[in-house]
Design a protein around this ligand. Structure first.
Ligand code: MG
Length: 247
């Protein structure tokens, strides 16, 4: 009798499963995509530019870059990298960008000098305003939202994934540009996701505004596309293999 009941119950379950499998599927609440994703040929390695990237620096020249006064960039190019020329000021891309995926490699001096914010400081400024800090943060104490990978003075990195001074490091940054209404009020803030040496350190954080060092962040309206900038903070930081994709 027990056996018979189990068989009957199992049959009932099978019948229910068959019925639900044949029921019409509910339509998803979004339309089916109508176009195929564009084909992009990836780089030889994940650090190499894919076919749709704008290569901003490939090791040869600074033709994509300008000084802050608009004249040709004066940082020093040698051995496949470019080095900050202290006192020359920051450099900006001639091209302008909005939403982007950025790959950039950097190295702080192998001979350690100074401490805190004075050791290996530079910065990657999305739209010339929103800084991802570059700093020698290997065994170098400073305020947490000022160390390498911080959205400067706003968000510390989730972890400290720094390599030793002199070693090449990478940032991969996904940046969502802010949007302003016709009155200049921000209606959609900038957002950033950052990987440092392949490690997630900023997870889609909402940027509070311009990353000032001496006052609270604020949004001031700007164009939908602006130059990418690299900071001269007086330290001879090196950069190489810089490419960017428009999103
Ligand atoms: Mg900086």
């Amino acid at each position: 009798m027990v056996t018979r009941c189990l068989v009957v119950a199992a049959t009932a379950v099978c019948a229910i499963s068959a019925a639900s499998a044949q029921a019409p599927e509910a339509a998803p609440p979004y339309p089916a995509p109508k176009t195929a994703p564009p084909i992009v040929t990836p780089g030889r390695t994940d650090a190499d530019p894919p076919s749709d990237a704008v290569v901003l620096f490939s090791g040869k020249d600074l033709s994509h870059w300008r000084s802050e006064d608009g004249s040709p960039a004066k940082w020093i190019v040698r051995d496949n990298y470019v080095e900050v020329k202290p006192g020359a000021g920051g450099i900006n891309t001639a091209d302008k960008f909005g939403d982007v995926q950025l790959h950039i490699e950097w190295a702080t001096p192998s001979i350690v000098k100074g401490e805190g914010q004075e050791r290996g400081n530079s910065g990657v400024f999305l739209m010339g305003r929103y800084e991802v800090q570059v700093l020698d943060s290997y065994q170098n104490e400073t305020y947490y939202h000022g160390q390498a990978g911080a959205v400067y003075k706003q968000y510390p990195p989730l972890v400290n994934a720094s390599r030793k001074p002199g070693e090449w490091q990478s940032y991969d940054i996904i940046f969502h540009a802010p949007h302003f209404d016709e009155m200049g009020k921000v209606v959609d803030r900038a957002r950033m996701t950052v990987l440092h040496n392949g490690v997630l350190i900023q997870n889609n954080v909402e940027v509070y505004g311009i990353t000032y060092h001496d006052r609270a962040p604020v949004y001031l309206p700007h164009s939908p596309q602006e130059s990418l900038a690299l900071q001269d903070h007086g330290n001879p930081i090196r950069y190489r293999n810089i490419w960017i994709r428009r999103l």
